[in-house]
Design a protein around this ligand. Structure first.
Ligand code: UDX
Length: 451
């Protein structure tokens, strides 16, 4: 059925990191495909390599307009989040004024849920506010139960039993619970996300109903959440949107041609794809174990090692790696995961990577590092049953034998066949959710009709 164009204008404010930008840009595309104008508000350092406009999707810099400073945010997470808050609170009002247009009035601000200050700012500017959670619903439920007034999470390392969630051991909980003193400001924002449940006009979650049914039902009985994921470009799921690739927003330059050519020359299901996302940094010893573990698995591997991590690769390994592997600084992950040659994803379990693997039907070996990743790994292994999880030794390092045997189990054993079948099952359900009339699709429609 032909949809009536919705003449609204929505501002979208992601946390300026790859794992937060991706889902919010993809969500923006779903809005523009229904005729809504979207302006992504971000820093010069993020927007500098992007076309400023693509159809009804625009990028506006939050840096003052007489300031073409494209210096990146401070490296320390805590400093960067304060830096960003100062920029936004100083400049967002002027941006809203500049973009005001009687034909397409600015109606709402969709902001990253960790910006606990954004809902008040939106309301002060006369806009509705939608918190966008770039993590799983289960994670949000855990943070919800951490509210000091409820304090349902014992911090003595004992198992944690929470409504609608599986029993969680210490190793399954988000790292911030035990490491909040390492990033006091960021942790404050992470735990403070709960404020959105009380104040925001909409609550968006990048997940899909079938994947987290129990916890979604539990939260939904209390708050009017909207499940709108997975925000994977539709062309990977159902080929509905043809222009998706035009405005992905990558902060790293992918070695696309090299990766795809190399994959094309491999047999179906013969390659392990290895990536730790945009932020995680492995210790040197861990990097060495991973390198030799990949070699020992005797499988072909495509390993993303960001430029800043390359110096940790052992020399001897580098001279041998060419026989079996391709190492790149960054790759087009969705193209890689949907390539027939990829048989397994060795992953840090960032939420986007987790959703992408499920949506594209790829079984995993989980090696979580920090933040929400341990919880995602727990679900991958025990709830969705789409992957194995490696175990670290007493020194905190996962050794090469463990790495090699886990990979072989997924690539070669019967267990791997079962994991793959499960992954394909989730793939179908992900597609159903975003297909026209699917649960996530309907929620986006409903949001737009209420704008
Ligand atoms: C972080 C957190 O880890 C994540 O759990 C949180 O919810 C969002 O922020 P990050 O660590 O970068 O993100 O991992 P992930 O969430 O997996 O996001 C990485 C994104 O970069 C994915 O969309 C992935 O497709 C993309 N990517 C990664 C590439 O396009 N190419 C690469 O080579 C590697």
């Amino acid at each position: 059925m032909e949809k009536i164009p919705n003449k609204s204008h929505v501002l979208v404010l992601p946390y300026p990191a790859q794992g937060h930008i991706n889902p919010m840009v993809q969500f923006s595309k779903r809005l523009t495909s229904r005729g809504v104008k979207v302006t992504l508000v971000t820093t010069n350092s993020v927007s500098k390599n992007m076309p400023k406009e693509s159809g009804s999707f625009k990028i506006e810099s939050i840096n003052p307009h007489d300031d073409d400073d494209d210096s990146p945010p401070p490296e320390k997470l805590d400093e960067s989040i304060v830096w960003f808050f100062n920029l936004v609170s100083k400049n967002l009002g002027a941006i809203v004024e500049k973009l005001s247009d009687s034909e397409y009035p600015v109606k709402a601000l969709v902001f990253d849920s960790v910006f606990t200050w954004a809902i008040d700012l939106a309301h002060q500017l006369g806009l509705k506010g939608a918190a966008f959670f770039t993590q799983s619903c289960s994670l949000s439920a855990i943070y919800y139960h951490m509210d000091p007034e409820k304090s349902e999470i014992p911090l003595d390392g004992s198992d944690v039993s929470l409504p609608s969630l599986p029993l969680l051991e210490k190793e399954d909980l988000p790292s911030f619970i035990y490491e909040s003193d390492l990033y006091p400001t960021l942790s404050g924002f992470i735990f403070g996300q709960n404020i959105n449940f009380k104040k925001a006009d909409w609550l968006f979650f990048n997940t899909f109903d079938a994947l987290e049914k129990e916890v979604i039902d539990w939260i939904r009985a209390r708050y009017p959440i909207k499940i709108i994921g997975p925000t994977i470009p539709s062309m990977y799921l159902d080929k509905r949107l043809k222009d998706d690739k035009e405005y992905g927003l990558s902060l790293f330059k992918p070695n696309s041609e090299t990766c795809m050519k190399w994959l094309d020359s491999r047999e179906t299901g013969s390659v392990v794809y290895v990536s730790f996302g945009s932020l995680a940094s492995l210790g040197e010893q861990q990097m060495e174990e991973l390198a030799w573990g990949l070699m020992m698995s005797d499988c072909y591997f495509l390993w993303v090692v960001r430029a800043t991590e390359q110096n940790k690769l052992p020399e001897e390994f580098m001279s041998k790696a060419k026989e079996k592997g391709l190492i790149v600084n960054w790759c087009p992950q969705l193209d890689v995961l949907s390539h027939r040659a990829v048989g397994c994803f060795f992953t840090h379990c960032g939420w986007n990577s987790t959703l992408e693997a499920h949506s594209l039907g790829v079984p995993m070996v989980a090696m979580p590092q920090w933040s929400d990743q341990p919880t995602n790994a727990k679900f991958i292994r025990d709830v969705w049953q789409t992957g194995l999880r490696v175990k670290a030794g007493e020194n905190g390092v996962v050794n090469r034998d463990e790495i090699a045997s886990s990979i072989r189990e997924v690539m070669e054993d019967e267990k791997g066949v079962m994991l793959k079948e499960n992954a394909i099952k989730w793939k179908k359900l992900a597609k159903e959710a975003v297909d026209e009339g699917g649960s996530s699709d309907k929620n986006i429609e409903e949001f737009l009709s209420n704008l």
